[in-house]
Design a protein around this ligand. Structure first.
Ligand code: SF4
Ligand code: SF4
Length: 142
């Protein structure tokens, strides 16, 4: 039987969070790495990641950021002065960007796991820049 994508992603993130913590990853949710317009990096996310986030985050969170920066993909709608508003559903890339123990092999192995999950659930990989975030598209069941 094909696994439920929401439940499969919940379990996947729980496992990834456990492995990240065991590897010494410590994110204080300060939000510094979420400033894409100054940091200059691009966050990518898969179809299932966007789906899980759209189904677990509060849509009201998107109101805090300037519309022009959101539309340009320069600001994450979940970024706030108090940190990430979508902590439960944030993409794998956000979880792996921990300050204290960055490791490319570790990151790649978890992205391979994520890709396998897409194959298991039949969801398209569709790995692309996370921003600008399209709620309507993301919330559709893959
Ligand atoms: S990973 Fe990002 S949000 Fe977490 S502590 Fe480091 S800079 Fe702050
Ligand atoms: S989803 Fe959260 S952690 Fe990821 S970039 Fe947006 S505010 Fe930062």
């Amino acid at each position: 039987m094909t696994p439920d994508p929401l439940e499969a992603m919940r379990l996947f993130y729980a496992e990834a969070d456990g492995a990240i913590a065991a590897a010494g990853g410590l994110c204080r949710n300060c939000g510094a790495c979420c400033h894409f317009e100054t940091a200059g990096h691009i966050l990518y996310a898969s179809r299932l990641e966007r789906f899980y986030l759209a189904r677990t985050a509060l849509r009201a969170a998107a109101t805090e950021q300037p519309a022009e920066l959101l539309a340009a993909g320069l600001r994450c709608p979940f970024q706030s002065a108090g940190g990430c508003l979508a902590r439960i559903g944030r993409p794998l890339g956000c979880r792996l960007h921990f300050c204290s123990a960055q490791n490319d092999d570790f990151s790649e192995s978890w992205h391979r796991e994520l890709k396998r999950l897409h194959e298991t659930t039949g969801a398209p990989w569709d790995y692309k820049p996370f921003l600008p975030f399209n709620w309507r598209q993301a919330a559709k069941k893959p």
